[in-house]
Write a protein that binds this ligand. Structure first.
Ligand SMILES: NC(=O)c1ccc[n+]([C@@H]2O[C@H](COP(=O)([O-])OP(=O)(O)OC[C@H]3O[C@@H](n4cnc5c(N)ncnc54)[C@H](OP(=O)(O)O)[C@@H]3O)[C@@H](O)[C@H]2O)c1
Length: 293
């Protein structure tokens, strides 16, 4: 029997999830609890409101990114909307949301596959306010790269946009997020785990992002939480008329027999930002069950 009675271990037992415990903790003793879990003013406090928070959403002007931007803005956040080529949509979204709340949206433009532009986007995003509470790495490139015709430029484009950019944005955001007890959310894909034919570079870039999520969760704890969302079929790729049969087959193989909505992703981002105080390094599958069927 240890000199620490069961009662004295209780504070840790509630949370340890079977991990090896190095130090005992008395009930109500807070010395060993990471500071972010004590700071009730932080993003990690169990509040739904994002009032007073500043969040950067990459690729935040269209499709899923725009739904994330709208939803988080609705919850009170100030959003830095990054875009690359969708200037018109970005300006229009900024105008709409700024009408609802003045000075609540700013735009940052840049091609995230280039390291110098990632730095430029980040500097624009931080601007003079020098504050950040959350980074949502949503921007992504997606197209097939069959092995017999793939080239280095495609590798650079896909890995640069989908994996390198989230890494360096996280590096530059970390000092600000540490200060705000903020959070990073990476948008991966169920195909990080389950290969999609002819998309090996894309799948690998998302698998790399999933791995970064776990590594950075360890590296950036206890003050910054890092999680990911892996969507299944939410919106079909832009510009593709798509094979109707293939699409219905995907839906028929999905236990919930439907595609998801961009708002499902937005709500999950919100959950991870505001109500996931004890979750880090995790990948949340939002796929109607497709990854397990
Ligand atoms: N759609 C789905 O069903 C689905 C399924 C699984 C995973 N996901 C993931 O969910 C996220 C959002 O999906 P989505 O379909 O809405 O994405 P998307 O339309 O394919 O791309 C989102 C945005 O990423 C930006 N982007 C791409 N390459 C960039 C680069 N080099 N530099 C800067 N920005 C770049 C683009 O911004 P601009 O338009 O401004 O150029 C684009 O609008 C992505 O991470 C995607 O991988 C989506």
């Amino acid at each position: 029997m240890t000199k620490y009675g069961s009662d004295l271990w209780y504070g840790f037992r509630l949370h340890d999830r079977g991990m090896c415990l190095k130090q005992p903790c008395r009930r109500n003793e807070q010395a060993n609890v990471p500071k972010n879990r004590l700071n009730r003013d932080s993003l990690n406090s169990m509040t739904d409101s994002l009032e007073g928070k500043t969040l950067l959403v990459t690729g935040g002007a269209v499709r899923i990114g725009a739904a994330v931007t709208r939803f988080l803005h609705q919850q009170g956040a100030r959003i830095i909307v990054h875009y690359h080529t969708s200037k018109q949509q970005a300006v229009s979204l900024c105008d709409q949301l700024s009408t609802l709340r003045r000075n609540s949206v700013i735009l940052a433009q840049g091609d995230l596959k280039n390291i110098s532009e990632i730095q430029h986007v980040f500097n624009d995003a931080i601007g003079h306010e020098e504050k950040l509470d959350g980074l949502i790495n949503n921007a992504s490139r997606f197209y097939p790269t069959p092995l017999d015709s793939a080239n280095a430029q495609q590798w650079h484009d896909l890995v640069g946009s989908n994996m390198m950019a989230p890494y360096f944005l996280s590096q530059w955001a970390a000092p600000y997020l540490r200060q705000s007890r903020g959070s990073i959310i990476n948008i991966t894909d169920i195909h990080a785990e389950k290969p999609l034919t002819d998309h090996s570079i894309y799948c690998s870039s998302k698998a790399g992002l999933a791995s970064l999520t776990r590594s950075l969760a360890v590296e950036l704890g206890p003050h910054i939480r890092v999680n990911a969302i892996a969507p299944g079929a939410i919106l079909w790729p832009t510009g593709s008329t798509g094979d109707k049969e293939e699409r219905s087959e995907i839906v028929s193989r999905t236990p919930l027999k439907q595609t998801g909505k961009p708002e499902d992703i937005a709500q999950a981002v919100h959950f991870l930002l505001t109500a996931a105080d004890f979750i880090t390094g995790q990948i949340l599958y939002l796929d109607g069950g497709r990854s397990i069927a």
